[in-house]
Ligand binder design. Structure first.
Ligand code: NAD
Length: 354
């Protein structure tokens, strides 16, 4: 088979080093010549932000961060950024915090330096997301792609084990969905495979000891690769499902991804033998479904959407919303019946692949 593809790489500077965030941030601000910095960090992330910002003097600190970025919160933060004449946004925190910085950048064009503290990966994508009236909308705009990402695994040491696991599974989902996303190509598939390898090595170490810095570094490195792959390949079936569930029933982002992923893998793998083989090999085995089920057991990962408030009764509406947005690139054709079956299994938490 001939090799032919079209691939775009997003331009971004990445600085990776444990214990280096404060120095790297001060260096980046000097390099960019920014004079009026707005630091965005949620309340739970303020201690981490304090450490990261020890060498800089922001003109504005903002902590009104809400998951899935409600539009009115975005608007309030945009107004504040304008009034303070901000010339650089520094986000320190998880995907919700990065998401608010992106919402500001979308309308103002103010550049972002992102300092992530979870494995969500939003910092490496040009995708923004906001919610209005219980519907999540997303879009793609290079203005929201952070200019620089500063990774420091020490900042993730305070992320509780259960959140680390859910967030790490979210990163694994970026890798797996990149195998069949609408723009999947050999470059993003290679990055995704290396992401699966790093995450599958790092996450069990983190679960065993949340203070294990080597495990944290592997997980963070894997999460970055996952996000780069995902940004390039685009949202596949898994992301379309989670996006609808998160936006419509306000389910927690990372936990929803962690729960749904094995069902999508089990759904698609039989119709996508090459992707399945690559995913299996990245886990160090031949059977990707067994490998994913095994790592979920080791990590004691979230199991059932029922636990987050999504029930059998929600399935018909979910099917209505999800079916039209599943990309044509999906290896297995979704129908009302098979999609309802997938959601019922994920709601109840029955063993995926059986
Ligand atoms: P989150 O940002 O909501 O963080 C989860 C919780 O962990 C929060 O309470 C947060 O304050 C806390 N936290 C974060 N870092 C911490 C740390 N180091 N120590 C202690 N507590 C910490 O959740 P998330 O899973 O990181 O991000 C989810 C959001 O990101 C969703 O809105 C999702 O849609 C978005 N997202 C967007 C993209 C994209 O490409 N646009 C990609 C992935 C996720």
């Amino acid at each position: 088979m001939s090799l032919m593809f079209e691939h775009e790489t997003l331009g971004q500077r990445v600085l990776f080093g444990s214990g280096k965030a404060a120095t790297n941030l001060a260096g980046e601000i000097a390099r960019l010549g920014a004079k009026r910095v707005m630091v965005i960090a949620a309340e739970q992330e303020e201690d981490v932000a304090e450490t990261v910002c020890s060498g800089i003097s922001p003109v504005l600190r903002w902590n009104e961060v809400v998951m899935h970025v409600p539009v009115e919160r975005a608007e309030k933060a945009r107004v504040a950024a304008g009034e303070a004449d901000v010339d650089l946004l520094v986000s320190v925190g998880g995907g919700s915090t990065t998401g608010l910085a992106k919402a500001i950048a979308l309308t103002t064009g103010i550049p972002i330096v992102a300092v992530p503290t979870t494995y969500a990966g939003s910092e490496a994508t040009n995708v923004w997301g906001m919610t209005e009236a219980a519907r999540k909308s997303t879009g793609v705009d290079d203005k929201v792609l952070p200019m620089t990402v500063i990774y420091d695994a020490e900042l993730t040491l305070t992320l509780p084990a259960d959140l680390s696991v859910a967030s790490g599974m979210n990163a694994l989902a970026h890798c797996v969905d990149s195998m069949w996303g609408p723009r999947a190509d050999p470059i993003n598939q290679a990055l995704a495979a290396e992401g699966i390898r790093a995450l599958s090595q790092g996450l069990p170490l983190v679960k065993n000891d949340p203070q294990d810095l080597a495990g944290r570094e592997q997980a963070l490195y894997g999460a970055y690769l996952a996000a780069v792959a995902f940004a390039s390949a685009g949202s596949g079936m898994h992301h379309k499902i989670c996006h609808v569930l998160g936006g419509t029933w306000n389910l927690p982002h990372a936990q929803t991804h962690a729960t749904v992923l094995p069902y999508v893998l089990a759904f698609n793998a039989p119709e996508a033998p090459d992707a399945a083989a690559r995913i299996g090999a990245a886990f160090g085995t031949e059977d990707p479904i067994a490998a994913l089920n095994r790592i979920r057991r080791i990590l004691d990962a979230p199991k059932a959407l029922n636990d987050y408030g999504f029930t059998e009764a929600n399935i018909p509406e979910a099917v209505d919303l999800i079916l039209p947005v599943i990309p044509a690139s999906n290896p297995r054709t979704p129908t009302r019946e098979n999609l309802a079956g997938l959601l019922a299994a994920a709601a109840a938490g029955t063993t995926p692949g059986l």
